[in-house]
Design a protein. Structure first.
Length: 99
């Protein structure tokens, strides 16, 4: 787990969009969120998190194929400690197998 999170960053997640959307409600916990296509807005008082994602070509390593979902994170109105607190839970629930 990271020790800090910038206001903006992106990640390649090893999952499909369907898996991502299945994990997202638990990952955001009690935060209110809404989805619009390949974007979501998560209300994290006093700020929010904008998420955008796109399916990328699979990673191929020998005979293994792994889905890749590129996810952009953009926080606004949250300080470093608030971003860390939110992402600590988020990362736990986005691990393969859930939290």
């Amino acid at each position: 787990m990271q020790s800090s999170y910038d206001e903006r960053f992106e990640r390649d997640m090893g999952c499909t969009e369907t898996e991502w959307l299945g994990w997202l409600p638990a990952a955001v916990g009690t935060c209110v969120w809404r989805r619009d296509g390949t974007q979501a807005m998560v209300e994290i008082p006093p700020g929010r998190l904008a998420l955008r994602w796109e399916q990328r070509p699979q990673r191929v390593i020998a005979l293994m194929r792994m889905p890749v979902l590129r996810v952009n994170f953009e926080f606004s109105g949250l300080d470093a400690a608030q971003r860390y607190t939110f992402m600590k839970r988020f990362d736990l629930y986005m691990q393969r197998g859930g939290g």
